[in-house]
Structure formats: C-alpha cells, structure tokens
Design a protein around this ligand. Sequence first.
Ligand code: ADP
Ligand code: MG
Length: 309
Amino acid sequence: MKPDKEILLIALGGNALIRKGQIGTIQEQFENLKVPIQQIARLSQKYRVIITHGNGPQVGNLLLQQECCDAAPKLPLEILVAQTQGQIGYMIESTLDTELMNIGVFTQKIVSLISYVVVDEADPSFSDPSKPIGPAFTEYQAAKLPYPTKKTPKGFRRVVISPKPVTIVEKREIKALIDTDFIVICCGGGGIPVIREGRSFAGVDAVIDKDLASAKLAEEVGADRFVIATDVDGAALHYGSSQENLLEKLSVEDARRYLAQGHFPSGSMGPKIEAAIAFVEQRNKGAVICSIEHIQDAIDGKSGTQIIS
Ligand code: ADP
Ligand code: MG
C-alpha cells in the first residue's frame, strides 16, 4: 500500500505516439513511447500513477483498414476504441515493464484496464461530428472523401461524434488498484462510449476525447496532479502565426477567456484546456499541459503551460 503517495494522472496524446511527418509504423510508435515512459517509470517510484492515452490516429487507421476490405464485417467505433485500448495498452505496459527493469525495478505491478465511460444520449455532439481521427489529408483529397472532414493544424482529418464523458464505469476498480500499488493504464482513447439502457449499458458509435475523460477520472479518483502530455510544448496564443506566444502560467479565468476568443480549437488544444480547467476547479490543484519530452520538468514547474486557479 502507498496511499500516502500523491496520485499522478498522466494523459498521453495519441498524436504523441505518431510524430508529425511519420506514418506511424509500429516501430515508430514503440520508439516514440520510450520518451514519456522512461520518465513515468521514474515518477512511479514517487507517485501512485494512472496513465490514460489517446487513440485518434490509431482508431482512424483501424477505420480506414476496415474500409479497404469488404470481406470481413464492419465494426462500429465502440469496438475499434476497445481494440485501441488493447493495442496501445499493451504497447505502454510492455514499454513500461522494460523501462522499470532498466532502472532496477523488477516487482512493480502494472495493469491495462479495458474501460468504458458513460455518455449522455442527449449530448448535442450526436448531431455534430467534431473529433479529428486518423491521418491528415490535403484539402483536395479531403473533398473527395465520403465522410466529414475538418481542417486541423495537421491538415484535413476525418471527424466523428464525440460526446462528453459523464462518469467512468470502472472508477472504483481503478482507485482500488492504485491504492494497492498498481500502475493503471486505463480510459484509453477516452474510454469506450456507452449509454445507460435500463439496467445495462449499450455502446455508441463515437470517440470520447481522452483529455475530458481523464479530467473526469482525475475528479472521480481524487488525483493530486494532472499532466496532459502532447506533441507541443504547451498552449500558445495565436498558435501557428508569427505572433505565437507559449503560455507558461495560465489562470482559469484567462484560460476561459482565451478559449472563448478561439485560441484553443475544439478537437485539439480546446479539450486540453477544458480538462485542465475542470481539474483545477474540482480538485483545487494545478494541472499542466506539456510536451511528452518534458513531463518530469513540467511536474517540477519548469516546463509546459501550468494552469492554476
Ligand atoms: P493529442 O493527441 O496529444 O491529444 P491533439 O492533436 O489533439 O494531440 O492536440 C495537440 C495539437 O493541438 C498540437 O499538435 C497543435 O497542433 C494543436 N494546437 C491547436 N491550437 C493550439 C494552441 N493554441 N497551442 C498549442 N497547440 C495548439
Ligand atoms: Mg487530442
């Protein structure tokens, strides 16, 4: 038992596993993973650790792979999200095992948990696909695709329905596991989205944003630190323009104002800022948005965008 240790929740970006300019071979993804996981291995000796992860590029690729083949039945997004939880959970877990052994830790317990997350069937997003998944296309290619796409900083990407997380179904299991010294990898890809149907749950064809799901989990298990690690150094004003200005400290009030002014788009930086605001308000503790390369520095307050009350 190490309940005296603070609970650290780290959300890893699905885009952080596939870097800009890469097509995302499995070798590339394993290589990229070492960067955050080496840091998390060391941090796990000081904190109770929960790792969540995105799946945008991976779930989009699975969808594309299905569409290339008519011989096998098509699977809905809920099942593809479950597949990416297995795929990325395994990659994180095995990389973490190796990195822990590299620092002489041989007995750390780790588990990847298939997790599902309740969403509201009345969520307005059901009529407005907003979450980018899969590879980036040029405007010309995107115009010919049979599904909706949206312009993102990476190019035009397919967008899918993305309802807000209401509650993490396995929150009690996750809390019990970290309290008994497990590192828990969970809520992958934002969790498998389900709606309540009487006494059961039914999966829905959507992808929840992993940052919003992570903030909900952080609230429900009482996390002390919340790190959102991605492929940029933090949140910037005027992102992508000559006036780009990385924010080192950001109050909740300013974060809300900049969000309303359109500095943080939905589907990328927007949900990270929303997630950080939710965490700071719920837990009255700071959150940080940082690069996967500087997780340790961000926790020490030396890197990233620190969101404070
Ligand atoms: P992840 O897979 O880590 O969730 P996302 O693509 O969803 O990654 O979000 C990170 C991306 O947000 C960055 O690669 C960057 O292109 C984009 N972005 C949009 N607006 C901003 C901003 N204001 N500051 C920093 N990054 C931004
Ligand atoms: Mg994202």
